[in-house]
Design a binder for this molecule. Structure first.
Ligand code: MG
Length: 298
């Protein structure tokens, strides 16, 4: 199932897709609970809250949608056309990204394929959604696109073993790990952390929605690509990840607890390249979706 975050004049709501139409799941779930359990509940208006409450569950989504269909209420709970699609998680508690996790990408940077995962953080404040502009700071040199498969963590994960890792995944979304490349190179040269080059406002487009984990077979082998102004820049498959998703969850959770709503951005393949004012970047992942962002100077 596809799960998204929307905003309209009334505020935020969670959308769940039914036959290609978006249902206001926040209101629908509250109505379902009120009627079936005879208690009045406030709608849960963000995907992060559903994740934190342990209610981000395709089986629960189906129960509510079937209730709407049975009582002919679908039309009443459609999300209005004025609602704007936002990032599927507005402010992930943690975004852990991977460096050099495709061998051919390491090669294009003339770097060795790492022996253990290289992880770094991006702040939640850098997240934007589908169709929101990537804003490029002026005077800081080259800025690059990086398409990546993003894993959404569904429950608290500490010292997870590889074989159990899939049960901690709520779903998948598309990330663009936008990078101020010249800033990054300079910081690496000076032996400084490269945090800032990855963390500028708008530098983590995420979305357009989350596809629930039950829709993607394990091992996760998905084609991903990035197009700029219609031209393919990156094209690869997640089967070529140096460290696969279970390995990453085991590695990270050994000493860093992963929490619901955390994102692991699994790294970008070969073909990185610069973006400039006026470009349109489209990152697409098979079975997940297509994330489009215009590029503007700030
Ligand atoms: Mg990256």
């Amino acid at each position: 199932m596809k799960v998204a975050q929307f905003e309209d004049a009334q505020g935020f709501c969670v959308g769940v897709q039914l036959n290609r139409r978006w249902i206001n799941y926040s209101d629908a779930e509250a109505a379902y609970t009120s009627i079936t359990h005879r208690v009045v509940v406030e709608p849960t208006t963000t995907t992060l809250q559903l994740l934190e409450d342990g209610r981000f569950d395709p089986r629960e989504f189906k129960v509510v949608l079937q209730f709407l269909q049975r009582h002919k209420l679908v039309e009443q709970y459609l999300i209005s056309n004025e609602a704007v699609l936002k990032a599927p998680i507005l402010r992930p508690p943690k975004i852990i990204a991977l460096g050099l996790n495709y061998a051919l990408h390491a090669k294009e940077g003339r770097l060795a394929v790492p022996k253990e995962p290289i992880i770094f953080a991006k702040p939640g404040s850098s997240v934007i959604g589908h169709d929101e502009p990537i804003l490029l700071p002026r005077g800081l040199g080259r800025m690059d696109h990086e398409v990546e498969l993003a894993v959404v963590i569904g429950r608290r994960a500490t010292e997870v073993k590889k074989k159990d890792a899939p049960t901690y995944v709520a779903g998948y979304t598309v990330a663009n790990d936008v990078t101020a490349r010249d800033v990054q190179s300079k910081d690496i040269e000076n032996k400084h952390p490269w945090f800032r080059s990855k963390s500028f406002d708008t530098f983590t487009p995420l979305g357009p929605w989350i596809v629930t984990a039950d829709e993607v077979d394990s091992p996760v082998h998905l084609t991903l690509e990035c197009r700029v102004n219609g031209r393919v820049r990156q094209k690869a498959n997640t089967r070529d990840l140096v460290f696969d998703i279970p390995t990453l969850i085991e590695f990270i959770s050994k000493n860093i607890t992963l929490e619901p709503g955390d994102i692991i951005s699994t790294g970008t393949p070969q073909g990185i390249g610069p973006i400039k004012h006026g470009d349109t970047v489209v990152c697409r992942i098979e079975k997940v979706g297509e994330l489009r962002n215009p590029v503007r100077n700030r």
